[in-house]
Design a protein around this ligand. Structure first.
Ligand SMILES: *Cc1c(COP(=O)(O)O)cnc(C)c1O
Length: 355
């Protein structure tokens, strides 16, 4: 039996989208491919309401995390760390040989704009990395306030991981001045894993061109030059996944982004209300994610047992991440899930736990 996924990636993929992959192959040097890829890029720009460049990579999101560092950082980068994925970005920057300074707060807490400003006042950084929605803790960063700080330091580029929030939580990329905003296909896009998407500002692209050792596969300039030339990609892309993405973009356009954001908020509100009634929320109050709820396991239930009971009924949620295993559990409400499906899941949890 298929277990419906309420986990922070991969998310549930609808049957028609899965089916869209099962079409005959086309060559990636064909006119059909150019039309497919150009169509996808334009639809993404439209739904995200951005004038920035859009690139689709055949990789997971982590690939672009590394790409963003290599394309935008000469030497010094400030990494905001409050969970597993933001920690990963600091590790990536170190692995790329950059000088990394960190702001670290406890898991479950948010990075505040003042903390960033304090650092930026004292030293000039090429970029700041921020995870908008920490999937390990369910914390949403106060990105609007942080963006205000970033605008006062125009030489410091703003790199934002929105892997588990973009397309589900409204992020005004251009207004916030995000230089690289990146995500993966298997989260709020509700697609299979294997593609990653980013937006890149013109100034970030111009900086990229001045960094000779920016790497090869994730070179933003090479991707965009090829796109300019013939709407293709320098290397072989995952064509079948792009078929699915094209169809999914049409479905997202048909839903309408405001409706999509509203649906996510309604699901979040429902799960938060339930969690507050029977447990507690793990994130610092006021910084709760819109796409996943991290529940503090105050009743000391066995999360593993709950999940195996849920599995028998065709549902799957996530245990806590890393050290938070059994101390928390996570219910993702992202992608194409509906409030009715969330209610069905919660009813089943209530039955199993006799709440
Ligand atoms: C899932 C996730 C990632 C990693 O994405 P991959 O596609 O697995 O590389 C990074 N950041 C956040 C916030 C995530 O939720």
């Amino acid at each position: 039996m298929h277990k419906k996924l309420f986990i922070p990636g991969p998310t549930e993929v609808r049957e028609d989208i899965l089916q869209a992959q099962a079409k005959p192959m086309i060559g990636h040097r064909s006119k059909e491919f150019s039309a497919l890829y150009e169509g996808i890029v334009n639809k993404i720009k439209k739904v995200l309401n951005t004038q920035n460049h859009v690139i689709v990579f055949t990789s997971s999101g982590t690939g672009i995390m590394e790409g963003a560092i290599r394309n935008c950082v000469y030497k010094d980068v400030l990494c905001c760390v409050n969970g597993a994925f933001s920690d990963r970005w600091a590790k990536i920057a170190k692995a790329c040989g950059k000088n990394v300074d960190e702001i670290r707060v406890d898991w479950g807490k948010a990075i505040k704009p003042e903390m960033i400003e304090d650092k930026l006042k004292k030293k000039k950084y090429d970029a700041v990395t921020l995870v908008h929605n920490e999937s390990s803790t369910g914390v949403r960063a106060p990105i609007e306030e942080i963006a205000e700080v970033m605008k006062r330091y125009p030489d410091t580029y703003f790199l934002v991981d929105t892997v588990s929030s973009l397309m589900g939580d409204k992020i005004e990329i251009d207004k916030l001045g995000i230089d690289v905003c990146l995500t993966s296909s298997q989260k709020c896009f509700a697609l299979p894993p294997g593609l990653a998407v980013c937006t890149v500002t013109q100034r970030a692209l111009e900086r990229t061109r001045t960094i000779p050792d920016r790497g090869y596969y994730f070179d933003f300039d090479a991707m965009l030059k090829r796109y300019e030339k013939d709407r293709q990609t320098p290397t072989t892309p995952a064509v079948t996944l792009l078929y699915a993405m094209d169809k999914q973009m049409d479905k997202i356009l048909a839903e309408g982004m405001e409706n999509r954001y509203k649906r996510h908020l309604e699901m979040a509100q429902y799960v938060r209300d339930w969690a507050k009634k029977y447990f507690a929320l793990f994130p610092e109050p006021g910084y709760e994610s819109v796409t996943l709820t991290c529940v503090d396991n105050t009743r000391k239930i066995s999360v593993a047992d709950l999940n195996s009971e849920l599995g028998k009924r065709g549902f799957q949620i996530s245990n806590g991440y890393g050290d938070l295993k059994e101390r928390t559990f996570r219910i993702a409400h992202m992608g194409d899930l509906t409030l009715d499906e969330i209610k069905e899941l919660i009813n089943n949890i209530n039955e199993i736990l006799k709440l």
